[in-house]
Design a binder for this molecule. Structure first.
Ligand SMILES: [Fe+2]
Length: 258
């Protein structure tokens, strides 16, 4: 079983990159199932119903979220019908959504779970360790977890904790792809899969506006306009055993090779 995990899709440029490359990636790597983090899919903030439908149409089988899940308030209207959507299980309990979901792929039950880190994140989120054992014990053949967090140390520690009970812990949120992918104690791991969005940007935001904001000016952020990049990993699992993880990076400096 080969599972593609696409890093945080950011705005229209990110969605266009998925549209342009997903079919080619699926062919090249013989992908069986596609997961994408979509918490920034609509103008960098949340995901509209239109974009949920578009990403479903182009072949994203499961969409995970993060700290920006409800930035687009339209989600409240369609979340109950969105059967491809998985939102962090340790977000405040007052918020709706499913934190772990099983997808039946060619007779194999793939569970996808989403959680938020605690380090440098919103204090209202619960500690993921409080509940993760419950999800690790749930029925499935393959278990992939999107760990949406800031700190590399928190992510690698979590991956180690899930050893023997999950197949992959994939880091999201920082938007910068790390080069530490490996199978760690039988768990496919990467600290951060990276962002699928504007290449010339500060994690998706216009560089000049980001600099003005950091200098102290009361500057609103805007999505950068530039060529796109696509960041992803391919996770390989055989008979329930994690076999490998490989990075994909596509941008002007790293063109796609078919
Ligand atoms: Fe995030």
């Amino acid at each position: 079983m080969k599972i593609l995990f696409i890093g945080d899709i950011f705005g229209s440029i990110g969605r266009e990159m998925v549209d342009d490359y997903l079919h080619r990636i699926k062919n090249k790597y013989q992908i069986d199932f596609v997961i994408a983090n979509c918490e920034n899919a609509t103008h960098g903030r949340g995901m509209s119903k239109k974009h949920y439908d578009e990403l479903s149409f182009v072949g994203v089988d499961c969409m995970t979220m993060g700290n920006h899940t409800f930035d687009n308030r339209e989600l409240y209207d369609y979340i109950d019908e969105a059967d491809r959507l998985v939102v962090p299980f340790n977000q405040p309990k007052v918020l709706p959504g499913v934190g772990s979901r099983v997808f039946n792929v060619k007779g194999t039950k793939i569970r996808v779970t989403n959680c938020l880190g605690c380090v440098y994140m919103d204090y209202r989120n619960a500690n993921p360790y409080d509940e993760i054992d419950k999800y690790l014990d749930m029925e499935c053949d393959i278990h992939i977890i999107d760990f949406h967090g800031e700190a590399t140390s928190e992510k690698i520690t979590f991956a180690s904790y899930c050893s023997g009970k999950a197949n992959a812990i994939i880091g999201t949120h920082t938007h910068v792809q790390t080069a530490d992918e490996r199978v760690l104690r039988d768990v496919a791991f990467i600290s951060d899969v990276g962002m699928t969005g504007p290449y010339e940007s500060s994690i998706g935001i216009d560089l000049d506006l980001a600099a003005a904001r950091m200098r102290g000016l009361n500057q609103k952020f805007a999505v950068a306009e530039s060529s796109g990049q696509l960041c992803a990993v391919v996770i390989e699992i055989e008979d329930g055993k994690t076999k490998g993880i490989g990075r994909i990076l596509i941008n002007d400096d790293h063109p796609f090779e078919s």
